[in-house]
Design a protein around this ligand. Structure first.
Ligand SMILES: [Zn+2]
Length: 333
């Protein structure tokens, strides 16, 4: 089994289907046939765009509104990731999306961290010879209307929990002109001043200019960033500044950034010298897992073991973790 690192994984897009079913029973919701449930949670091959893709999150998010449910989801997802060979993961979520039934953002974060604590105890009890999975969380600010206060609160909480389960920030939600990255400059300035690392979703629905805006705010990692290929000067800048791209192949196919994986440019960018990584984004929404993403790129783009080693090294290098954890990850290959 490959040892894998995922730096770009959304909790709400990756709730295991069995856990969704368990929560539906717990909340006495009418059970759906497997095919109907899959349709609610995952995109079809005909998915039209990023907006249709984002619609698939609401069913899961409705089941992520209590501390017990958030804890269970985190625990079950981590067990699944461990089975799939992951040795390190940064799971991201937006605390402000889980406050509909009265939880505060801080309570949301505490609940998710308690799911990790539960997993670490479970992992210790296993007599498995596979390496441990370590995990941290990134808190997402959201591109939404009228949520300035909520975003500010998320930054405050990231500062408070930094190094205690939380390892950084992100900016997520629909990329569109209305929510240009520069509008969030003050929040990321505050993060930088407090030495909270961050990544920013850019260069997915929006073009190279959005990546330039994220870089201007000090981002050293870009969520997706794949549309950099439209601007060679930008690619050169990414190489010179050692910026890491968190690429997510099938997700980009779902949102129609690419119409087939044969030309997915991860291998090309890697060979040009860009710090590329391969990640899953939303396991349930895209109906994928990371080992399968590697298999797909091997089959469709000729990704080699040597390339995969470089992807792993790039991920270790860019991970928002301690030097000691990086050493552990390096010792595994
Ligand atoms: Zn994402």
């Amino acid at each position: 089994m490959k040892k894998l690192i995922d730096l770009h994984l959304h909790l709400d897009g990756s709730v295991p289907v069995d856990t969704i079913k368990e929560l539906m029973i717990k909340h006495e919701m009418p059970m759906l046939e497997a095919a109907s449930l899959r349709k609610k949670l995952s995109v079809s091959p005909q998915c039209h765009d990023l907006n249709e893709f984002l619609e698939k999150f609401s069913f899961a998010v409705n089941l992520m509104q209590t501390a017990a449910d958030l804890r269970l989801i985190t625990f079950e997802l981590l067990k699944k990731l461990k089975r799939e060979g992951l040795v390190y993961v940064e799971i991201r979520f937006a605390p402000q999306l889980h406050t509909e039934q009265g939880l505060t953002q801080e309570e949301v974060v505490r609940a998710v961290i308690s799911g990790l604590d539960q997993f670490l105890i479970w992992q210790k009890e296993q007599s498995s010879s596979s390496p441990d999975l370590h995990a941290t969380f990134l808190l997402c600010l959201m591109r939404l209307k009228g949520n300035d206060e909520a975003n500010q609160e998320t930054v405050t909480i990231a500062k408070k929990f930094l190094g205690q389960g939380v390892s950084g920030l992100d900016l997520a939600g629909a990329e569109m002109l209305e929510f240009a990255i520069r509008q969030y400059a003050a929040l990321f300035q505050e993060a930088r001043a407090a030495q909270v690392p961050f990544t920013i979703h850019a260069g997915e629905a929006m073009g190279p200019e959005s990546i330039r805006e994220a870089l201007a705010l000090g981002a050293k990692r870009i969520g997706h960033g794949i549309r950099c290929i439209e601007d060679q000067a930008l690619v050169d800048k990414l190489i010179a500044d050692k910026i890491t791209l968190e690429c997510c192949a099938t997700s980009n196919l779902n949102t129609k950034v690419f119409d087939q994986l044969d030309h997915y440019p991860v291998r090309r960018l890697l060979h040009e010298g860009v710090k590329v990584t391969l990640n899953s984004d939303d396991m349930t929404v895209s109906n994928i897992n990371l080992p399968h993403e590697y298999d797909l790129l091997e089959e469709k783009t000729g990704l080699t073991r040597q390339d995969e080693r470089q992807l792993y090294l790039n991920a270790v290098n860019a991970a928002f973790c301690s030097a000691r954890e990086k050493e552990r990850l390096l010792s595994l290959i």
